[in-house]
Design a binder for this molecule. Structure first.
Ligand code: MF3
Ligand code: CO
Ligand code: CO
Length: 290
């Protein structure tokens, strides 16, 4: 690419004023394939317009999570929360990404107690005192995706459940703190897994975070276990989720055979998850949805 040509990122700026220095730095990096170090593909690097689009989608997504959270109380069914959030997102000119995603039947995911993720909202699932639940919402605005989830507690729960919710939150925060420009995806998993183990919890390995932005699930896969300095290089302009699923018992999970979606802990121990969409910047990290 010539110095005065338009940059490959689509910014419309001259290459020399845009990603030339970035490309030079990337070209100078030595990738150790034995450690599974991987060069990030150009197609997942966002330009300024993409980033603004994801940021705006995140504003609606965060407000949708606020609304969902405000509805959490004993006696409400999870379909009522789904329907209110659907209405909210659509009324803001956006689309709930989960609806019809690979056949998923509802607009958001609500996962109670031993449900790890992808719980399907239902009239039959009524919140009761002591339940812990994850509400996971993804919004598409002007083609840009923002994905985040939070935990909620119905009334008062057991000290063990409360602690699990707290440890899972810390795991997400520690995972995000491990993200550095020119670091590696594996830095996240090592940090998360260490914290979970130190607290007697386990980390789900079959599902993980993901690149996000122009589609729901992009490269890279973001494991919440692993080894620092391995996996894909993290560079400015990448947008991804950190969303550790933390179990009070063992790490193994099963997908419900009937509905094909609901993921539960195999040992039926409690599970908790928090998720944010983050942008990697030259300086560190910007939260895009939380
Ligand atoms: N929001 C989930 C994630 O964090 C994906 C849900 S897909 C669905 O990646 F189809 F179950 F909604
Ligand atoms: Co996600
Ligand atoms: Co999500």
């Amino acid at each position: 690419m010539l110095r005065n040509e338009e940059c490959w990122c689509g910014s419309g700026r001259k290459y020399k004023k845009c990603h030339l220095a970035f490309d030079d730095k990337l070209a100078s990096m030595k990738f150790d394939f034995m450690k599974g170090q991987v060069r990030p593909p150009k197609k997942i690097i966002k330009n300024a317009a993409d980033i603004e689009g994801i940021r705006q989608s995140g504003v609606i997504n965060d407000a949708a999570l606020d609304l969902a959270g405000s509805m959490v109380k004993e006696g409400i069914d999870t379909l009522a929360i789904n329907d209110a959030v659907h209405e909210f997102i659509v009324s803001h000119g956006a689309i709930p990404a989960c609806l019809d995603y690979e056949g998923y039947p509802k607009s958001i995911c609500i996962s109670l107690n031993d449900v790890v993720c992808h719980g399907i909202p239902s009239k039959k699932t009524v919140l009761k005192e002591g339940d812990i639940l994850n509400i996971d919402i993804t919004t598409i605005l002007n083609g840009y995706y923002a994905d985040a989830s939070r935990m909620f507690i119905v009334g008062k729960t057991s000290p063990e459940a409360e602690r699990l919710v707290q440890v899972a939150k810390e795991c997400m925060e520690i995972g995000i703190d491990a993200v550095k420009p020119w670091g590696y995806v594996g830095d996240i998993g090592e940090a998360v897994d260490k914290h979970a183990r130190a607290n007697g919890c386990s980390v789900v390995t079959e599902l993980g975070g993901h690149g996000v932005g122009k589609s729901f699930h992009e490269e890279p896969f973001v494991p919440h276990v692993g080894k620092a300095g391995t996996g894909m290089l993290l560079v400015p302009g990448m947008v991804l989720t950190v969303e550790p699923m933390i179990n009070a018992g063992r790490y193994k999970v099963d997908v419900d055979k009937k509905d094909g979606w609901t993921v539960r802990t195999r040992d039926h121990s409690l599970s908790a998850q928090w998720e944010k969409t983050i942008l990697i910047t030259e300086a560190g990290v910007e939260i895009m949805s939380s």
